[in-house]
Structure formats: C-alpha cells, structure tokens
Design a protein around this ligand. Structure first.
Ligand code: JHZ
Length: 418
C-alpha cells in the first residue's frame, strides 16, 4: 500500500490513510494503545520561507494487533511524501558508520566467497555500509531518496524496493548472496511484498540480514520519541518470525545490538535451522509482556509522567535564567519536541552535524538548526541531548564542554541531568 492516497475523515483528501486491519496478518482485531496527537513529519525540516506557511500535520498513534502482536502506526503517510526528499544521511553520525562497518565486515568474512558474489542493500542511503564491501564483490544499493542517492558512494537504484523491482534486479544481476536492510523494515507499509521480494532475490543458501529497532527497547530503556510517521512498525521477533515463516522463510539467528537504544539483527534464509537463541529470545519477549496490550497502555502512562518531569526541569532552569540548547536534530527529537511542546521559549537553537539540516528549522517547533561550530563561541548552561542514542560517544566527544561546567540533560526514558 505504500504510496497510495486514500479518502478518509469526511471529504478531506489527505496524503495518508487509516489502517483498519493488521497489515501483517490481516486481522481486524487491532486496537489503539497510544495517541500522540497530530505532528508534522519528523524529517520535514523547514527553510526560512516555509516558516510563514501552514505546515502539514498528521495523526500519530499506535495500534496493537491482538492476533499477531504487531505494533504499528494507525495512520500511514504516503511513502512518496516521506522519503523522496530526505534529510537523513547515515554518514553524518560517526558511531553509526562504525557500526555499519562492523556489519559490512561480518558480511564479507562470513558470507562473501568470491568477487562474483552479489550483495544488495535495501535503504542504502548514502552508501556508507556498501562502500566498505564494494571492493570485495558486486554491490547494489536501493533507496528512494533521490537527493541522497545522487551523491551515493556505490551503484544505487533510486526507487522503492518491491517484489517487481526484485525480479528486475535478479534478471539483470542474478541472485544475491546477501540482502541487507537496516533501519528500513519499520518504514515500509507493504512489508509482505518486500519480504517476498527479498526471497525472490536471495540465493538458496543466501542470507537476509536486517536490523530494526526492537519494540522491547522502546518500552523499557529507549524513548517513545522513536515513534514517528516514518516508523510504521515497532517490531518484535514474534511478529517478524510469523511474517517470514508465512512466506516460507526461516529465522536462522538473531542478535540484540546496542544501536538506536537496542535493535535486533535478524538473520533469515530460505533454508537452515533456527539457533537456540531464537527460542530464548521469543520467551524473553513473552516475559516482558510484548504480546499483551496492557504493556503498551502502561507505556503510554509512563510517557505522560516523563513529559511532566522534563517540562518542570526545563521551566525551572529557564526561571533561573539558564541558557539551554539542543544537541542533535534527529528525527526522533521532533517527536519529543512537538509532543512535549518544547520550542524557542525553552531552547535557543539546536546543533547538528548533518550539512543538509544546518540552516533549517525544526518541524513544528521552528528551532534553528546550526552547525556544532557555534558551541566553540557560545557556551550554554545546559544541553538537551536529543541524539540520546549516541550519549556515550557524544559525552566523550564533548568532555571539554563538560569540564567547563556545561550539563547535559538526557530526556528519555526518564529525564535526568549528567
Ligand atoms: P539518529 C534515523 O532517525 C532516521 P534519527 C531513520 N528513520 C531511522 O529509522 C532511524 O534513524 C533509526 C546528529 N549528530 O542516527 C546527526 C550530531 O549532531 O539518531 C543526526 O542528525 N552530533 C532512518 O534521525 C542525529 O544527530 C553527533 O555527535 O532519529 C542522529 O540521528 C552525532 C553522533 C549525531 O537518527
């Protein structure tokens, strides 16, 4: 359904539609467990001229499927609107690039046997991962964001991945030994079609290796701010396994990895057994309550408690005349800023290393995004760490600022000063 435009809510035509059944299992037994109101798109950074115009906003709420336990957005924004002009470049976050180099090395060491082997990446962005593999075998990236792919460092098809595209690629290049897809399997509405396309493209002994943010982390140590319109699904191993098996694939293994909070790296294929850890991980998910609706309702209540805590903290600091800025302008930061109502009255500006984001304003809250260079001349009292998922690396990088007395505020899962 990605890319479809449907008529909903009276006579208004919108670039989104509302799910009435579970897109993964087809069940109508779905229920809304969290409502974050209407927000602009998290990566829709604005230029100065756009500040005067009305910004499109879209409902942001979560459904839980009682049948297959999947957690998904209730409203789906058209993929063309979300991804054709995209402001996220993998290479802007050094820790992420290093993480992907690790995965690239694992792929070449374990799976690539000859220079003729073929590795495909779905959602390849600027080519950071494949650039590490490209001298070892044939590689191909696929990504719909033309503004990013035009400067990609590897051969890239600028398009959405579908079964139809998989067939075209197979006919032109042959089957792939590895298909990888990282932080993108939450973003595609018609996941069945994508998984079927991966099966089409993969060699019989090939591996489909993908990483997704894990809903278990979202509910515990992670932040609710990972919920935004790009993330159509909040995956557990339960739902992914059900979906893969329904298409005749097997989950061969899984790893829990410390990226974006915690993500799961799933190894799937058309053949082979499941490692014992797969069963253990499924049991762990059941124990955590990931298969129960009440867990998500409790999560929703915790967000409200943290909202109150963070707003009290920031207002208290402002009342004491403190200067506060934001660090990092990640997509997730825009969920937090918009839902908590944190704008120019609290933060002076936000720094970000992504050149495409510098000189823009945050969607909805209109905070200026500037280069981190500004921190060399203007030292704030407090820094709200919106890129909290890189806290370790950023606190280390900014140790000089901290020595000067600057304090960092980590906003989620529970606001704290470090
Ligand atoms: P980061 C992205 O979300 C988008 P975001 C996407 N939808 C997705 O699924 C998730 O990733 C998983 C900046 N930064 O990686 C760079 C600094 O300024 O957390 C980035 O703008 N200084 C595909 O956008 C942002 O922070 C630094 O030192 O939430 C980080 O964005 C570092 C390390 C980063 O993803």
């Amino acid at each position: 359904m990605a890319g479809s435009i449907k008529r909903i809510f009276g006579n208004r035509m919108e670039n989104f539609y509302q799910r009435v059944t579970c897109p993964l299992c087809g069940s109508a037994d779905i229920e809304t467990v969290l409502d974050l109101g209407e927000t602009p798109l998290a990566n829709a950074f604005l230029d100065e001229a756009a500040l005067e115009k009305e910004e499109p906003k879209f409902p942001l709420s979560l459904n839980f499927c009682r049948n297959c336990f999947s957690v998904q957005l209730r409203h789906v924004v058209n993929g063309e609107v979300l991804f054709k002009n995209y402001h996220y470049a993998t290479s802007a976050s050094r820790p992420l690039v290093e993480h992907f180099y690790g995965l690239a090395d694992e792929i070449t060491e374990k799976y690539v046997k000859s220079p003729e082997d073929f590795v495909v990446e779905i959602g390849s962005n600027d080519g950071a991962l494949l650039s590490r593999i490209k001298d070892r075998c044939r590689v191909l990236g696929i990504d719909p964001a033309s503004n990013i792919t035009e400067s990609a460092s590897v051969p890239t098809v600028t398009d959405f991945f579908t079964t139809a595209l998989a067939e075209e690629i197979r006919l032109k290049h042959g089957r792939a030994r590895v298909v990888t897809a990282n932080n993108v399997m939450a973003h595609i509405d018609d996941l069945r079609d994508v998984f079927a396309g991966v099966k089409e493209l993969l060699s019989d002994d090939g591996r489909f290796i993908f990483e997704v943010h894990w809903v278990g982390n979202l509910l515990t140590e992670g932040g609710f701010d990972q919920i935004y319109h790009e993330h159509l699904y909040y995956h557990s191993l339960h739902t992914l396994k059900t979906l893969l098996e329904s298409l005749g694939m097997t989950v061969n293994d899984i790893k829990l990895i410390p990226i974006h909070g915690e993500s799961i790296r799933v190894y799937a294929g058309k053949s082979g057994e499941s490692a014992p850890f797969v069963r253990e991980f499924l049991d762990r998910e059941v124990k955590m309550g990931l298969t129960q609706k009440s867990t998500y309702v409790n999560f929703s209540n915790k967000i409200e408690t943290n909202k109150k805590k963070l707003l009290e903290l920031l207002s208290g600091l402002k009342a004491d005349g403190k200067k506060i800025i934001g660090y990092g302008a990640p997509a997730k930061g825009n969920t937090l800023l918009n839902y908590f109502g944190i704008g120019p009255d609290m933060l002076d500006y936000i720094t970000d290393t992504t050149p495409q984001k510098q000189g823009t304003y945050t969607p909805g809250t209109h905070l200026p995004v500037v280069s981190p260079e500004k921190l060399k001349t203007e030292i704030p009292d407090y820094i709200l760490l919106l890129s909290w998922n890189y806290a370790g690396a950023i606190l280390e990088k900014e140790k000089e600022l901290r020595k000067k007395g600057v304090k960092f505020i980590i906003p989620v899962p529970e606001a704290c000063i470090v």
